[in-house]
Design a binder for this molecule. Structure first.
Ligand code: IDP
Ligand code: MG
Length: 147
């Protein structure tokens, strides 16, 4: 077990539904600390770059259109096994297949508008965190710091 960081995004459907607080609360109550948070309205170029691995998939264009349709919340979550833990809290990509009590089961609209993104491996988490956050914007909680 190791402390990890992972990238989380509350997608436009989650922001639209007014459940930013509920989603962040699920992370905090499950041991994941938001150590960077920023609201953004992604450009097509930014969303295409972020999802470049899916470029050949039939849903790519619709996914980019959706992800640029409104503001998103970009976050870095830190905690024990944060990458896998976040995926558990999120639930399966298709909300119809997501487990009870997961964010996608409780809030997602469909397989595209599925409310949250989470990095799928520690390697991709590093790439995705640095895609949106320079290190100076990431603030691990350090209660011993004096100033
Ligand atoms: P993940 O978000 O659970 O990691 P991925 O397979 O990486 O799922 O897909 C990225 C995103 O693309 C999904 O979260 C969803 O928004 C969208 N997506 C995935 N599969 C489909 C599909 O079959 N139809 C429409 N959109 C899809
Ligand atoms: Mg993925």
């Amino acid at each position: 077990m190791a402390t990890e960081r992972t990238l989380s995004i509350i997608k436009p459907d989650g922001v639209e539904k007014g459940i930013i607080g509920k989603i962040i609360s699920r992370f905090e109550t499950n041991g994941l600390k938001p150590i960077a948070i920023r609201l953004a309205h992604l450009s097509r170029r930014e969303a295409e770059g972020f999802y470049a691995v899916h470029k050949a998939r039939p849903f790519f264009n619709d996914l980019v259109t959706f992800m640029t349709s409104g503001p998103v919340v970009l976050m870095v979550l830190e905690g024990e096994s944060a990458v896998a833990r976040n995926r558990e809290i999120m639930g399966a990509t298709d909300p119809g297949k997501a487990a009870e009590g997961t964010i996608r089961k409780d809030f997602a609209t469909d397989i595209e508008k599925n409310t949250v993104h989470g990095s799928d491996s520690p390697e991709n988490a590093k790439i995705e965190v640095s895609y949106y956050f320079p290190e100076v914007q990431v603030h691990p909680y350090d209660w011993k710091r004096k100033t």
